[in-house]
Design a protein around this ligand. Structure first.
Ligand code: ADP
Ligand code: MG
Length: 230
């Protein structure tokens, strides 16, 4: 099943002579359980593309279907609900709420959506991500790697179809990076999710089932690294 399907996707910033094609005619298909990395130099359009896929931003033209649902025709309200239920975001800056403890941060999106927290599932996530015993600590009491693991747990808690990660290890040392990436890969496979991750580290990119290169907003090359994504 295709979880992501874009057709002639365009994001243009500015007008007239200042038009900048951040995403330029992107046709992309990503399957369920696939782990895809997006690589490219700074300013090549990686974040713009990811933000369109996650419904954080609207395209100038083109189509985006996520799990069969077209995003471009949704109202703002529908898009907000879509983001909360179908997408988990992990950013470079962990974006945790400083006055909430680890557990409260993890369940916040589920509660915002007015849903009952699946305590068994949250306990499992906390366990898999090595956060057991840290539930009542505040983000400021944790290391960077631990904070990013909380952000991953938060992204997983609502059981979204897709996890989108924008340079999730950009603020971490190489040891914590390995740790966080390994856990991201393991948890998304375990929970049958599609993982789309931006990186500019080629070595990290090779951990994926497929590497997509973007240059001046265009997908210039798609390399299959041979991972399993059946
Ligand atoms: P990347 O994530 O690969 O570094 P981005 O998607 O952030 O690249 O940006 C792609 C291009 O679009 C860059 O030239 C950037 O300056 C431009 N850009 C991104 N966001 C905006 C914006 N909100 N307004 C104008 N230009 C933007
Ligand atoms: Mg970026």
């Amino acid at each position: 099943m295709n979880v992501v399907e874009t057709k002639h996707l365009m994001k243009i910033y500015g007008e007239g002579d200042n038009r900048l094609y951040a995403v330029n005619d992107v046709n992309l298909t990503i399957k369920q359980r696939e782990f895809v990395t997006i690589v490219g130099t700074s300013g090549s359009g990686k974040s713009s593309l990811l933000n369109l896929i996650g419904g954080l931003d609207r395209p100038t033209s083109g189509e985006i279907k996520i799990s069969g649902r077209e995003l471009t025709t949704m109202s703002e309200e529908e898009l907000t609900i879509f983001r909360r239920r179908s997408v988990g975001f992990v950013f470079q800056s962990f974006n945790l709420v400083p006055i909430l403890n680890v557990y409260e941060n993890i369940v916040l999106p589920v509660q915002l959506d007015g849903n009952q927290v699946d305590e068994g599932f949250v306990a499992e996530i906390i366990n898999v991500l090595g956060l057991k015993g840290k539930e009542y600590q505040l983000p400021s009491q944790l290391s960077g790697g631990q904070q990013q693991r909380v952000a991953i747990a938060r992204a997983l808690a609502s059981k979204p179809a897709i996890i989108l990660a924008d340079e999730p290890t950009g603020n971490l040392d190489s040891r914590s990076s390995q740790d966080v990436l390994g856990l991201l890969k393991k948890t998304t496979k375990k929970f049958n999710q599609t993982l789309i991750m931006i990186t500019h580290n080629d070595q990290i990119a090779q951990m994926a089932d497929r590497v997509i290169r973007i240059e001046d907003g265009k997908l210039s090359e798609i390399a299959i690294t041979g991972g399993d994504w059946s």
